[in-house]
Design a protein around this ligand. Structure first.
Ligand SMILES: NC(=[NH2+])NCCC[C@H](N)C(=O)O
Ligand SMILES: [Mn+2]
Ligand SMILES: [Mn+2]
Length: 313
């Protein structure tokens, strides 16, 4: 099978897998095993089967980055570690993108998107971000209740909130009008205010129920990519799916996307021919029974395949 045209990638179309066994942006062990399980499930072969050339030379090793002494900054946990890991992920993703490859980042927790999206914007400054999640991950150092940085990457990318010198490498390169959310249903009070103040477009599960997923994706793309000519970075947190579909994740929230709604989003993004980078985050193989883990890993692989060209017919 050959994949349809992509407006930004040269032939042979190549995926660079950036495996990120990292859990420092949140407190639950096991999310660092997500990328290992996704690759073990056969993801590389599956993508080759869709006609891609796939570069994967092992998962990133972040051990050497481990911060010697990493006390909280305010209530932010593991701040130096998260910052350094994300900086190295930004370099990896940016490097692959500059080489004309499509970086596929496997998380790991969603703090990593601070790195992936920085890398994308470094190469494609006009790129828009489609963020699929139960959560907005837009807390600032002042608004976070948890101190978990996986709840904060978007605020760093937008350059809002208190500046922390340890994160000074993050350019505020994302413009609010280039960001859209789908799937939200668990937003902190401070985040609601931030979304309003910055006029960030968000389609919660309420809008998915009201309009249906087809219309929601069309409206989302109309907002961030009205002429369908800008590169797209798709950042998919598996907890956007309903916990009955993807149970093995650290912060499940009921009332989520169905299996088909999640896949439809990926298929529709693929159809644009504009996808330049993809994240699949927050698969945690330690948080459920073996069958739930298998189900979540399988759904993760199939979301990735849909975004990269698998079709039903
Ligand atoms: N990437 C995620 N799963 N994020 C969950 C964030 C939850 C909460 N809003 C927080 O700031 O801690
Ligand atoms: Mn989430
Ligand atoms: Mn998230």
């Amino acid at each position: 099978m050959s994949t349809p045209a992509n407006k930004f990638l040269p032939n042979p179309k190549t995926i660079a897998i950036v495996g990120c066994p990292f859990s420092g942006g949140q407190p639950k062990l096991g999310v660092d095993k997500g990328p290992i399980r996704l690759v073990e499930a056969g993801l590389v072969n599956q993508l080759e089967g869709l006609g891609w050339k796939v570069n994967f030379d092992g998962h990133h090793q972040f051990e050497s980055i481990a911060a010697e002494n990493d006390p909280p900054i305010g209530i932010l946990k593991n701040p130096r570690l998260v910052s350094r890991v994300c900086e190295s992920v930004a370099q990896a993703v940016g490097g692959h993108a500059k080489n004309g490859q499509l970086p596929l980042t496997l998380g790991g927790d969603h703090s990593l998107a601070m790195g992936t999206i920085s890398g994308t914007l470094d190469t494609y400054p006009d790129a828009c971000v489609v963020w699929i999640d139960a959560h907005a991950d837009i807390n600032t150092p002042d608004t976070t209740d948890s101190g978990n940085i996986h709840g904060m990457p978007v605020s760093f990318l937008l350059g809002i909130g208190q500046k922390i010198p340890e994160f000074s490498w993050v350019k505020a390169a994302l413009r609010p009008e280039r960001l859209v959310y789908i799937g939200l249903r668990d937003i902190d009070a401070g985040e609601k205010r931030i979304l309003k103040e910055n006029k960030v477009k968000a389609f919660s599960m309420h809008e998915v129920d009201k309009y249906g997923i087809g219309k929601v994706v069309e409206m989302a793309l109309d907002h961030v990519n009205p002429n369908r000519d800008l590169p797209i970075h798709l950042s998919f947190d598996v907890d956007a799916l309903d916990p009955s579909v993807a149970p093995s994740t650290g912060t499940p929230v009921r009332g989520g996307l169905t299996f088909r709604e999640g896949h439809y989003i990926c298929e529709a993004v693929h159809e644009t021919g504009l996808l330049v980078a993809l994240d699949l985050m927050e698969v945690n193989p330690s948080l459920a029974d073996a069958e739930s883990v298998r189900q979540t890993v399988a759904v993760g692989c199939s979301l990735v395949r849909s975004a990269l060209g698998e079709t039903l017919l």
